[in-house]
Design a protein around this ligand. Structure first.
Ligand SMILES: Cc1cc2nc3c(=O)[nH]c(=O)nc-3n(C[C@H](O)[C@H](O)[C@H](O)COP(=O)(O)O)c2cc1C
Ligand code: SF4
Length: 511
């Protein structure tokens, strides 16, 4: 009897609670209704009070629904699921073989295909990627065989554990890591990888108090044996011609000391190096950095207008071949960044498919291709993409977002919001905790090694003993007719170099 009355009491309480909750909900709906019809900021909410709010919620959640449920494997942008999955599996050292057949449509225009050889390279004839020496004329040239390396991402854009995992992983894989424009942090050095120090437009890490390039700081930076090369950044694919402000609130004591700026004060990155107005200025800066540091010096740029590459080559010829940049890093218009305006990210510059062959051809026409090594980046995150770049004429491939995927990036596209769910691009300590440095360093290493291995597999299938022997005729592109053509034919038809030389001749005649 006592038990029954207790149950009745609980039921009664639940009924009251239910009625109370219902009443509260109705009251909340009435309040929301009144707020919505009286507000003037959003027409949808004014015209469709209460239900109109779902639109904004669905819009936000749609991103996740599309990624997880609706987008096909090869549909998503910037990176589709098939490519991301390849990186995730490579990073975990899981098998990347697929069954039954390709889900890639081989008929669409622009599809890259490789020309397999009837007599592929036998295992015993295969050789590791050959060594390349960058800046042979420098006091301390850099020699490496690493094909696939980590592209510039600043400490600041990346969290401490992300930088640590990348630098440890790069050391274990034997590849280099670029600092990005935010200076050299202790975490870059701690991991023990070879470092490329990037000189951005604010010269973070190598500037004097007025923000000018400092020889003393350059010397200090070059004194680290790990720092192998310097890269002067002219532009990057996602935001050519765009500088930036680092708000004072983000300039902590640590960031201030790494970058050489004042703690708590806004720091402005100009939208270009103010002292560089011509190819001659650029060659002067390259000569200065090389002289002071004794190490190879290159430039990074996204190509848009390309006459300057031709002029640069002419200026080099005039000064002598030693004056050349030791390498050029070509970034694609669809490169990544922490944050950039949509008008630049979506519209400015040429994609790597167009710019890489163009620069290779200009350097070749000036007989500078051997002297100036070519790095390239822009969504080259799978072996096939990287092998395409080697066929076109690149000496090295670098990637930023490929390595972010190896760290566990889920393409949540919140890199600029300090809410990165994987701890890669956030300073929130709680979120950073999710990123285990040792575990992720291992993944970075696996990814770099599996990339190099599988680029080799493509090379062997094409019949060459190692990836650096790949040539343009080894890759083909499906054209509008549905038939594919080899790269050497496609680019000789376009013959940009002939156009440049003829434009120059016309200029001279008109003078
Ligand atoms: C988070 C983030 C930060 C970056 N920071 C820099 C930078 O400091 N300097 C730079 O030259 N490029 C920077 N980049 C561009 C990359 O180095 C690279 O050129 C570009 O993302 C293309 O390579 P990917 O397609 O493999 O990512 C950044 C990219 C990302 C995603
Ligand atoms: S998980 Fe999202 S926010 Fe984090 S790095 Fe990747 S894209 Fe950026």
């Amino acid at each position: 009897m006592i038990e029954t009355s207790l149950i009745m009491q609980i039921l009664e309480l639940l009924v009251y609670l239910f009625i109370f909750a219902l009443g509260l909900s109705i009251l909340a709906l009435i309040v929301i209704y009144i707020i919505d019809v009286n507000q003037t900021k959003q027409a949808i909410r004014r015209n469709y009070p209460v239900v109109g709010r779902f639109r904004y919620w669905f819009e936000e959640m749609g991103v996740f629904f599309r990624q997880y449920f609706f987008a096909m494997d090869r549909e998503e942008l910037p990176f589709n699921r098939a490519d991301r999955s390849w990186v995730y599996r490579a990073a975990k050292n899981l098998s990347n073989t697929t069954a039954f057949g390709s889900t890639r449509d081989l008929r669409t225009t622009g599809t890259v295909l490789f020309a397999n050889c009837p007599y592929p390279t036998l295992g015993e004839d295969a050789s590791p990627a050959s060594e390349v020496t960058i800046g042979p004329g420098c006091a301390r040239p850099y020699t490496t065989s690493s094909l696939f390396n980590i592209s510039g991402m600043s400490y600041g854009a990346l969290s401490t554990p992300a930088v640590l995992a990348l630098s440890n992983g790069a050391r274990m894989a034997g590849c280099w890591m670029n600092t990005g424009e935010g200076g050299l942090s202790p975490f870059h050095l701690q991991g023990g990888a070879d470092i490329v120090f990037q000189i951005g437009t604010a010269k973070y890490g190598v500037r004097d108090e007025a923000g000018n390039l400092s020889d003393e700081k350059l010397r200090e930076t070059a004194a680290h044996a790990q720092v192998k090369m310097f890269e002067i950044k002219l532009s990057q694919g996602a935001k050519p011609g765009k500088g930036g402000i680092l708000p004072g609130t983000k300039v902590t004591a640590e960031i201030a000391s790494i970058r050489g700026i004042k703690q708590g004060e806004d720091s402005i990155s100009p939208n270009r190096h103010p002292e560089l107005n011509s190819e001659d200025d650029l060659l002067d800066m390259i000569a200065r950095v090389r002289e002071v540091t004794g190490k190879p010096v290159g430039i990074k740029a996204v190509i848009g207008a390309y006459g300057w590459v031709d002029s640069l080559c002419l200026a080099i010829k005039e000064r002598g071949i030693d004056s050349a940049p030791d390498f050029i890093t070509i970034d694609s218009a669809d490169g990544g960044t922490g944050a950039a305006p949509m008008s630049l990210i979506d519209y400015m510059g040429l994609p790597i498919r167009e710019s890489l062959p163009l620069v290779v051809d200009i350097l070749t026409a000036h007989d500078l291709k051997q002297r100036i090594k070519i790095n390239c980046s822009g969504k080259l995150i799978t072996p096939a993409e990287a092998a395409w770049a080697l066929c076109v004429g690149a000496d090295f491939v670098v990637s930023a977002r490929g390595f972010m995927f190896s760290l566990g990036c889920i393409q949540a596209l919140q890199c600029d919001k300090n809410t990165c769910p994987t701890g890669i691009t956030t300073h929130n300590k709680r979120l950073q905790q999710g990123l285990n440095v040792d575990e992720k360093a291992e993944r970075v290493k696996n990814y770099a090694k599996n990339m190099a291995y599988e680029i080799g597999v493509i090379a062997h299938s094409c019949g060459v003993p190692e990836p650096r022997k790949l040539k343009r005729f080894h890759a083909r592109i499906v054209t509008e007719s549905g038939m594919s053509k080899p790269l050497d034919q496609i680019y000789s038809e376009i013959s940009i170099v002939e156009q440049l030389i003829s434009a120059r001749t016309t200029d001279t005649k008109n003078q």
